[in-house]
Design a protein around this ligand. Structure first.
Ligand code: PDD
Length: 361
């Protein structure tokens, strides 16, 4: 045990999980407690594990199957390997070891490719059509030729089955293909498609407790609406957040809040949701759109308009949305708490509505 205000605190990772033995959740989870210094070789094997007793993942009163202890939230570096063993590569299902990507692939040289991340709940891909629609737009915007998407959809569903994924993700990317390094588009490159899935648990602890954030100027390019492999700014700023004891950054352009490094941001103002309009400055999140829809269905106004850092600081509540983070409350921004203590009531209500939706897949 280390005091939170001790200088040693930052060097430790605390893992704990607790579930009553007679709880129906018991079977699906593992208990872990560990404390290891940052420079220990064991460090790489650890992850943050926290479990609430009556947790939100028990939607509809049922425990979801599979592992559920790992918090994919703030400090998760995915040291465990949740990746599937079977990949979908160039139209074939292959073991990972047999996937061969050329060093001349333009994805490797230039980040010249587009991608999607789908959520899998109970073996089903969530909001499939919306993801393909966005992939089409990303491909159009980058002039990359996609494989047949009807066939892709069939193959990705099969991939989930082959890898026996119940709860997890599917990642698919298409690069412009292989060609000697030259900025100009190659005359004859064939696109390279690769997909895999993961068994990733939902980030229960972060969704329950909320996350800390820091604001930073948005230095990305002006086509953030395209989901491309060029993620260096996102990665740099995700790390910047961790280095500042936060889970994520909140980007702003000249004082107008855009989004986070891998999620969209909402604030609550006067009982209404406010989020940046879906233009070229943000990625039009699939989860963002689901949240807007379920809010409006529940009679909660959802406004898509620019808002300032000042409005962010005054917000009653704030939360991020994304395929992997679902709806995660933001409980502090630049060290100052958001609204009253902890996750807000409207955020909780939207989480419940979202869980009902995925519970009914
Ligand atoms: N990222 N904004 C950015 C910059 C993102 O990268 C993402 C998703 C989102 C949320 O979009 P959606 O709700 O469709 O997941 C918003 C994915 C998960 C990733 O890059 O891993």
């Amino acid at each position: 045990m280390i005091a939170r205000n001790s200088p040693l605190w930052a060097g430790y990772r605390y893992a704990t999980a607790m579930v009553a033995r007679n709880s129906p959740l018991w079977a699906g989870y593992e208990c872990e407690t560990a404390m290891v210094t940052r420079n220990s070789p064991l460090w790489a094997g650890l992850m943050i594990v926290t479990l609430p007793f009556d947790s939100i993942f028990d939607f509809n009163g049922k425990a979801r199957p599979g592992r559920g202890t790992m918090d994919a939230g703030m400090h998760d570096r995915k040291e465990y390997d949740p990746m599937s063993t079977i990949y979908w590569f160039q139209g074939r299902f292959l073991p990972k070891e047999e996937v061969r990507i050329s060093p001349d692939d333009r994805g490797y040289y230039f980040g010249d490719g587009v991608y999607e991340v789908f959520r899998v709940y109970g073996g089903m891909l969530f909001e499939e059509e919306a993801h393909y629609e966005r992939l089409r737009k990303s491909a159009e915007g980058t002039r990359i030729e996609l494989p047949d998407l009807a066939d892709t959809a069939t193959k990705l569903r099969e991939l989930v089955k082959l890898n026996e994924v119940a709860d997890g993700t599917v990642y698919v990317q298409v690069t412009r293909g292989e060609a000697p390094r030259n900025h100009l588009f190659p005359l004859r490159a064939a696109p390279v498609t690769m997909a895999y899935c993961t068994s990733t648990p939902r980030p229960i602890a972060a969704m329950e407790q909320g996350i800390h954030t820091v604001t930073t100027p948005d230095i990305r390019w002006l086509r953030c609406d395209l989901k491309t492999l060029n993620l260096l700014p996102n990665a740099l700023f995700k790390q910047y957040a961790l280095d500042h004891d936060a889970s994520d950054v909140i980007f702003h352009r000249d004082g107008i809040v855009t989004e986070c490094s891998a999620s969209n941001l909402f604030i609550v103002q006067g009982g209404a949701l406010v989020t940046h309009p879906a233009n070229h400055l943000i990625l039009k999140g699939v989860t963002r759109d689901v949240v807007i829809r379920i809010a409006r269905e529940a009679g909660i106004p959802a406004l898509e308009r620019p808002f300032s850092l000042h409005e962010l600081a005054q917000a009653e509540e704030a939360f991020v949305t994304g395929t992997t983070v679902e709806i995660t409350p933001v409980i502090s921004i630049d060290g100052r708490p958001v609204g009253s203590d902890g996750p807000g009531l409207l955020t909780r209500k939207l989480q419940q509505l979202f869980y009902q939706r995925i519970g009914n897949l």
